[in-house]
Write a protein that binds this ligand. Sequence first.
Ligand SMILES: O=C(O)C(=O)C[C@]1(C(=O)O)C=C[C@@H](O)C=C1
Length: 358
Amino acid sequence: MTEKKEIKVGESLSIAYLGPKASYTHQAALDAFRDESYTLDPQITIEDVFSAVQAGKAYRGVVPFENSTNGSVVFTLDLFADLHNRYPDILVCGESYIPVQHCLLGHFPDDKRGPSATPNTASNVIESPLSSGAVTPTNREPIPQKPTARPIGDLSRIRKIYSHPQAWGQCKIFLNAYLKGIERQDVSSTSRAAELVSEDESGTSAAISSAIAAKLFGLKVLAKGIEERGDNTTRFFVIKRKDTDDDRITDQVANDQEQASAEQWKSLVSFTVDHANPGALAHSLSVFERYGLNLTSINTRPSGVENWNYIFFVEIKGRKIEGNEDEGEVNQALRDLDKVCRGRRWLGSWRNRLRDSV
Ligand SMILES: O=C(O)C(=O)C[C@]1(C(=O)O)C=C[C@@H](O)C=C1
């Protein structure tokens, strides 16, 4: 996806993304903003991306939203839930699908590293899933899955693995088979994990990250394609501030090209319901059916108001038309939703990119 923008001579627009360089979000940012007039600006956390866009320091932001194997990125959903009203002007204005092939990155034993780089003799280090019992049927897993990837190097010295929390769930089978019981540490991104391992003098840590990160941080690929599904894909959102000047231009151009194809668009809305009222959620969802709007995803997060109350995120096929609140199916559905839900927040419309990439 490539965004259009009004080009002002000499101006470089900043795109905030979850960094450091070589994160999957970096790849998504490169995919969405190919034009050289954009400057990609790595941030430490997903929240920093929201803050930079909300504060107007960044023209756009790129954040992970969901993974095809491991589901929603809850950090991002919580920022959209915005329980403390810190990001009132953030809207989604684009999406990007990036195939995610994870590698285990680390050091080979012959790397010149510190004295502690001695083999880990802990009995819980599994060298082969086939001989180790890791694929033995159990009550919990009667048909155990075998990892599709095998280590290229020796993993016996690894004592700690770093990665982004989303990655663990995408590589469960490999980790269970070859690195069961090894300490795992969550870090802010997979490329940050690679950076930390590159700084580890002992040579006994590893990262789940990308092959690009291996090159950037000078690490060895100890195993490749360790995700459990070959079609593993993460979806990223491009976010903007709702009052960004260039939107009018972007939307206008898009409008001319696609007047008749609301199907080509997706929209996100969040709402809360009165949990004491039976049917409150069903009534809220029925407004989309009423206007023939197909739902493409539903998520929930705790509402922050009361335990066991939720904020619902609904994604639909269709586009909100700005200006005239009574025009178009999405506008009408939102008007009806306001009558049945407790509170609602509009979170944007953007071009559907699913068919472009997978
Ligand atoms: O850590 C990164 O490299 C990211 O860009 C984040 C992220 C995510 O949050 O889903 C992106 C893609 C992968 O699914 C794993 C991690």
